[in-house]
Design a protein around this ligand. Structure first.
Ligand code: 8Y7
Length: 288
């Protein structure tokens, strides 16, 4: 049975992630796999490759369509780590995961060396929250020949939440992503391989985040797959006064709204709940 697209106007139905297919006819679930000792929500739990592997396998069993492996914490105020530290953390995990699961693997990094080694080790997508602004990052991504996710961020992680400011957050984020995508294409990345992400929480107040979520549909004008990360973010803590380990229901609700407003990929910690909720919503939406 052929399944209608989440967004019927959207031209790309799948992405080739280094030989593994990410189906975008329905919203895809990206499971977060942090291999950092200091990540804000599950920091320290998955530093041992064995434990990381088991967690990834569980997410795939629960319906994750892609696993995003990250070795450097990006929470506000986090310190940056060296290339070698990041390689030591993520490469063994990417290699092991590539053998252990069949879904595409994404590497969350801004370092060209990590992009290069991780894609050689089997990663099929590069997720750079810095939007490939690091010297050599665009060239490394183009050489890797895999799809990329470009994310909007105002400022740098350690200062971005001090005083985020926009005249029109939606228009500015769209203009930024459009220019970034042009840069990617000029560097040799296929236009159909560029995913865009408004970067919830990255140099944005709660009001900016809400504006972007309510108007996410405006990003579909870019004609690119849209990825969003809202899972367990501080916006939920601010609005509902919930600690990070009690944000699952609110995160699922935000994921549903994002898909309803045009997101093609949702980056989440709670895979099973999000998968079930998104599937249910898609079934209801299609029943006419
Ligand atoms: C995002 C992300 C994070 C996001 C993309 C967290 C790595 C912070 N957030 N990547 N990474 N989009 N593409 O809360 O929103 O998980 S880290």
């Amino acid at each position: 049975m052929s399944r209608p697209a989440t967004n019927p106007d959207y031209p790309v139905s799948s992405l080739n992630c280094g030989g593994r297919t990410l189906d975008l006819r329905c919203a895809a679930i990206m499971g977060v796999l942090n291999v950092t000792p200091d990540s804000f929500s599950d920091g320290g739990k998955f530093v041992v490759p064995e434990a990381a592997l088991r967690h990834a396998e569980q997410m795939v069993a629960e319906g994750a369509d892609i696993i995003d492996v990250g070795g450097e914490s990006t929470r506000p105020g986090a310190q940056r780590i060296s290339v070698q530290q990041e390689l030591d953390r993520v490469i063994p995990v990417v290699e092991a995961l590539h053998d252990a699961v069949a879904v595409p693997i994404s590497i969350d990094t801004s370092k060209p060396e990590v992009m290069c080694h991780a894609t050689s080790a089997g990663a099929g997508l590069i997720n750079d929250i810095y939007g490939f602004r690091t010297e050599g990052a665009l060239a490394a991504a183009a050489a890797a020949g895999v799809p990329v996710c470009v994310m909007h961020m105002q400022g740098e992680p350690h200062t971005m939440q001090q005083s985020p400011s926009y005249d029109d957050v939606v228009a500015e984020v769209i203009a930024f992503l459009s220019a970034k995508r042009d840069e990617c294409i000029a560097a040799g990345i296929l236009s159909a391989s560029v995913i865009v992400d408004p970067g919830f929480g990255f140099g944005k107040t709660v009001t900016h985040n809400l504006s972007l979520l309510r108007n996410l549909n405006a990003l579909t004008a870019l004609g690119a797959p849209i990825l969003v990360g809202l899972s367990r973010k501080s916006m939920i803590g601010n609005l509902l006064d919930l600690p990070v380990d009690d944000r699952a229901a609110a995160s699922v609700s935000l994921a549903l709204l994002a898909v309803q407003h045009g997101a093609n990929i949702v980056r989440v910690h709670d895979v099973k709940m999000t998968r079930d909720a998104v599937r249910m919503m898609e079934i209801v939406n299609r029943h006419d």
